[in-house]
Structures are given as structure tokens and as C-alpha cells.
Design a protein around this ligand. Structure first.
Ligand SMILES: [Mg+2]
Length: 321
């Protein structure tokens, strides 16, 4: 990270773990304590009242490994290069300020308390800073997915972020969990479309019959439709080429389409093979997997992705965002 960057850090469960908890006062008079990570996934019930007062102070805060990134950035690039962006309320600001000056030995200027867990609040605040400071890139650490998502979406869609690289770092309990893959809905649709548009072989390309291409001694192409293969018979019927009575093989003489078709009984086949000197051609040296097509050209096997594979891909993409 160079000093043209702006490094932005969430506080709770990103820079520190602490003893501060949210108190939920329930409508039946009972109460419940939630750590920040529990609060993030808590399903609010009717009558719940939240008490965030423990977050107005910094209780038993333990710096996490992410804190070292902050420390290094401040040492190398100064206090202007970092921003603390927390959902804590304004009332916590003095306590945060004191905490950082104790830990870092310097006063941080950028401590923003948005006072809400609404993810757009953080994204909007980042935009304010980006417009004012115009950093080359932004690095953002947060343990709440919604915040990462909201900033990622804004960075992709807002012209205010044009030319500024935004790097998102998901965090769990103060440790980076890997680079965020930020994929917009549009990008995901494109991935799916491109996947679907992989060349899907048409008949006869996909058909087994094409895999029976041979070459005559003159270099001409022959391919064989064999009645012993029910798939071939069906394919022949599908294209209006039913076998004539007393025959069980069709030889296509030359390149498809429009070449001469010869209906044979397989007992006559050997004679034709010998007369024309049929042989198989080995694959070209650089070939991976494929076949000689009905035009005598080598054709690589297309990548065909099954619906299940596609679902798995989409699922894994969705899990990462
Ligand atoms: Mg947090």
C-alpha cells in the first residue's frame, strides 16, 4: 500500500475485539446481551429496544491483527492516510479518540461515527472522503458483509469513484478472511451468458457418427452412419435419412453437407474400405481432445458445462460476494 491510498477500518471486530455488547430489552421485561457479531445477525422481534450505551466507551478492547495494518499505515504515511469508520454513535468519539492515541501515540483525525448499522451510511461516508481526498485507491476492512457489499456496489456504480480502485477486505474476529470478490449482478449475468454460449455442438457435430470419420488414400473424407447405434438411427431419422430396406450402413462420401450418400449392407463395406484405402488419421500434435469432423478438419471438443456444474459455479460465486 503506498501513501496515495486511503485505508479505512471498521472498529468493532475489525480493529479490536472488546467487551462492549448490545443490550436488547425485550417486550416481556427480560433482556439479552449481544456481542457485535451476534448483533449483526440478530433478528429483531416486535417490542425489542436496543441499548448501545456500552459502545460509548471502549471496554477491554484488544487490538487484532488488522490493527497492525493501521499502525503500519500511520507510521509510514501519517495520520491522514487512515480513517476509522464505525457504526458507533457520536457519543463514543472521545473514548475512541483516547483509545487510539494511547495505542498509537498519535492523535487520529479521521474517526467517523455514523451512528447506524445501515450499510449505506458507511458507503456514503467513504464517498465523501473519496471526493475530498481523491486517493489513488481505497482499502476497506470490515467484518460486516453488508458494509462491504454496499461500498462495493457504490464503487462500481458511482461516477465519484471513477479511476479509484476500491479494495474490500472481509474480516472475521479481527482477521482477514480473504480478498472479497465483488461481482455486480450485471457481471454475474454476463458470466452466466458466456457460459451458456459456449459452443454447444449441433447435430451432426455432436453426433457419434462424426467420430467415425476416416480418410481415403487420396485424402478424401468418409464417414459412417452405423445402424448398430440406436442414437445414429434416431439422428438419421431426425434429419430425414431413414435407412433403406436391406441396408444398415450409410457412407457419406466427401464433406458434409451435400455429399453423396451410399446405402450399404455392412457385408459390402470391407470391399469399399479396401478399394478406397480407408484409414484413421492421428490427432494433430497440439491436439488436446477432439475429433476429425465431417469436413476433414480437426475439431476440439467443446467445453460443455452441465446445469449442475453451472449451478455449482453460481453458488460459489454468490458465496464469495
Ligand atoms: Mg464491525
Amino acid at each position: 500500500m503506498d501513501c496515495d491510498s486511503l485505508a479505512i477500518f471498521d472498529f468493532d471486530d475489525t480493529l479490536v475485539t472488546s467487551d462492549s455488547e448490545v443490550i436488547v430489552n425485550k417486550s416481556d421485561g427480560s433482556s439479552q446481551r449481544l456481542a457485535p457479531s451476534q448483533y449483526a445477525v440478530y433478528q429483531q422481534e416486535p417490542g425489542d429496544e436496543f441499548d448501545f450505551s456500552e459502545f460509548d466507551e471502549v471496554r477491554g478492547a484488544q487490538p487484532t491483527p488488522i490493527f497492525n495494518i493501521l499502525r503500519k499505515m500511520v507510521q509510514e504515511c501519517g495520520v491522514d492516510s487512515v480513517l476509522i469508520l464505525t457504526a458507533r454513535h457520536l457519543a463514543s468519539k472521545n473514548a475512541l479518540h483516547d483509545f487510539f492515541s494511547d495505542e498509537l501515540g498519535v492523535n487520529l483525525v479521521g474517526i467517523e461515527t455514523v451512528g447506524t448499522t445501515n450499510s449505506s451510511a458507511k458507503a456514503n461516508k467513504v464517498r465523501d472522503y473519496v471526493m475530498r481526498l481523491r486517493p489513488k485507491d481505497v482499502h476497506f476492512w470490515d467484518d460486516t458483509d453488508d458494509n462491504l457489499q454496499a461500498l462495493g456496489k457504490m464503487a462500481r456504480t458511482s461516477p465519484d469513484f471513477k479511476g479509484i480502485a476500491v479494495n474490500l477486505y472481509p474480516v472475521a474476529a479481527g482477521v482477514e478472511t480473504g480478498d472479497a470478490v465483488v461481482i455486480s449482478e450485471r457481471q454475474l449475468r454476463r458470466i452466466i451468458r458466456e457460459t451458456m454460449e459456449q459452443p454447444i455442438p449441433q447435430w451432426p457435430e455432436k453426433h457419434f457418427a462424426w467420430r467415425n470419420v476416416v480418410f481415403t488414400k487420396d485424402g478424401d473424407v468418409r464417414y459412417i452412419l452405423d445402424v448398430a447405434d440406436p442414437e445414429t438411427v434416431q439422428a438419421a431419422i431426425d434429419i430425414g435419412e431413414p435407412f433403406l430396406p436391406g441396408t444398415n450402413v450409410i457412407i457419406i462420401k466427401g464433406t458434409h453437407p451435400g455429399s453423396e450418400k451410399v446405402y450399404l449392407h455392412d457385408s459390402d463395406l470391407l470391399d469399399l474400405i479396401q478399394r478406397e484405402g480407408w484409414s484413421k488419421r492421428p490427432p494433430p500434435p497440439e491436439a488436446k481432445s477432439g475429433f476429425w469432423d465431417g469436413k476433414g478438419n480437426w475439431s476440439e471438443d467443446p467445453v460443455v458445462i452441465s446445469e449442475r456444474q453451472l449451478q455449482r459455479m453460481i453458488r460459489s460465486v454468490l458465496q464469495e460476494i
